[in-house]
Design a protein around this ligand. Structure first.
Ligand code: GDP
Length: 410
């Protein structure tokens, strides 16, 4: 079902992985397939997007931008760069705080590795819904179901394969979508830009039926309506399944698992579909909490432009010699040229420019509101961790005493 309100169309996500699992390749492919000029069915447009990629990589935008905005199927996805190294610092906590959902990338050969395991547990601790992508299905030794078993052993949330691979290693040709009961295949000559859904070949059917049963059983455990229909042998529509999986994913009970190979351009578009379908919008997450800077009273702000402004500066960077401050806006609005109140420093500064960073361009904004992530020029004194808010309704979203050391459960 296409989402409707502006807020419900935003996804603030992080892509998390153990080093070498393919986070960079997955991220770059996402930017490629979401490139503005690209349209499904027009290969030359796809190539045009590919053309700018090496230049962009040279300029380092995909790497140095703290947030990259891309669009997919009527939704706006903000990809928040999460720290590459996983240690138990405020950096990790802050990045988990500004994102609403995560994509965890696993290597189909190496499976669950220490860094992805640690971050998975931390994301659980903060209630961050996730989906998993088992990458490198083309590699010798790739084994999708072994990775699923590893997830089951190590995590409390239940991994839910919503796809299974069609072949593995050099025979990996595509995926079977267990929800739509179709095979998705990619056209190698179009750098993966073309993909189509075809009927499931007969020899795959027994495995697909088994895996679909398992999927329905898992979903039924979390959803009474699905359980009733499943036990009664009634038809469960795709729409109902989607809704039930989304609900269980947002409740951090189920983790939809997908697969593919980023290097060989297979599996990225369904991954983007899953980000939109199953990960939360800012509307779906609990209100942000903080304290009053003077009275220390506990306060919350719901994700609405009608609430007083509350935003967290989560990253400060130099960009072409100018300071860029990245803000996650939780509530209220910011306008270009406005004086913004920094509650952490108790001072005001002018937001001279508001920007959204796309992979191949920067977009100037006149205003931004609740749920959005923007970069701001002109905030000379603002540091990471500072709260920008309405002076008449001050709030501190972060203070050092909130951060107890996180003990690894790995
Ligand atoms: P990161 O450290 O998680 O960002 O991983 P990278 O994206 O840099 O990938 C690490 C290595 O794995 C690189 O040499 C990639 O080319 C390779 N790689 C990434 N995805 C795949 C894949 O789907 N299949 C194979 N065979 N190699 C991949």
């Amino acid at each position: 079902m296409p989402p409707t309100s502006k807020l419900s169309r935003i996804r603030n996500i992080g892509i998390i992985a153990h080093i070498d699992a393919g986070k960079t390749t997955v991220s770059e492919r996402i930017l490629y397939y979401t490139g503005k000029s690209y349209k499904i069915g027009e290969v030359h447009d796809g190539e045009a997007v590919m053309d700018w990629m090496p230049q962009e990589q040279e300029r380092g935008i995909t790497i140095t931008s703290a947030v990259t905005t891309c669009n997919w199927k009527n939704s706006e996805i903000h990809i928040i760069d999460t720290p590459g190294h996983v240690d138990f610092t405020i950096e990790v906590e802050r990045s988990l705080r500004v994102l609403d959902g995560a994509v965890i990338v696993f290597d189909a050969v190496a499976g669950v590795e220490p860094q992805s395991e640690t971050v998975w547990h931390q994301a659980d601790k903060y209630g961050v819904p996730k989906i998993a992508f088992v990458n490198k299905m083309d590699r010798v030794g790739a084994d999708f179901f072994r990775v699923i078993e590893m997830m089951k052993e190590r995590f409390s949330a239940v991994p839910l394969p919503i796809q299974i691979p069609w072949g593995q290693e050099e025979k990996f040709q595509g995926i079977v979508d267990l929800i739509s009961e179709k095979c998705v295949i990619w056209d190698d000559s179009s750098k993966g830009a073309h993909y189509e859904a075809i009927d499931i070949p007969g020899d795959l059917m027994p495995e697909v039926e088994l895996q679909r049963e398992r999927m329905l059983e898992s979903v039924a455990e979390f959803d009474d309506d699905i359980a009733e229909k499943y036990l009664g042998g009634e038809e469960i529509s795709q729409k109902e399944l989607h809704a039930a999986i989304r609900k269980a994913t947002l409740a951090v009970r189920l983790v939809p698992v997908l697969c593919g190979t980023a290097l060989k351009n297979k599996g990225i578009q369904p991954l983007l579909d899953a980000v939109v379908d199953f990960l939360p919008s800012p509307e779906d997450v609990p209100p942000v909490s903080g304290i009053h800077p003077v009275t220390k009273e506990e306060l919350t702000r719901i994700s609405s432009t009608k609430e007083p402004l509350a935003a967290l500066a989560f990253k400060v960077m130099q960009d072409e010699g100018r300071k860029l401050t990245y803000l996650r806006i939780y509530s209220g609005q910011i306008k270009t040229g406005e004086e913004l109140y920094n509650a952490s420093k108790n001072r005001k500064e002018k937001a001279s420019r508001l920007l959204k960073m796309h992979a191949n361009k920067r977009e100037r904004l006149e205003q931004a509101g609740a749920g959005d992530i923007v970069s701001v020029m002109g905030l000379k004194e603002t540091a990471t961790g500072d709260t920008i808010c309405d002076e008449a309704h001050p709030i501190l979203l972060e203070s050092m005493e909130f951060y107890e050391p996180v003990i690894s459960q790995a």
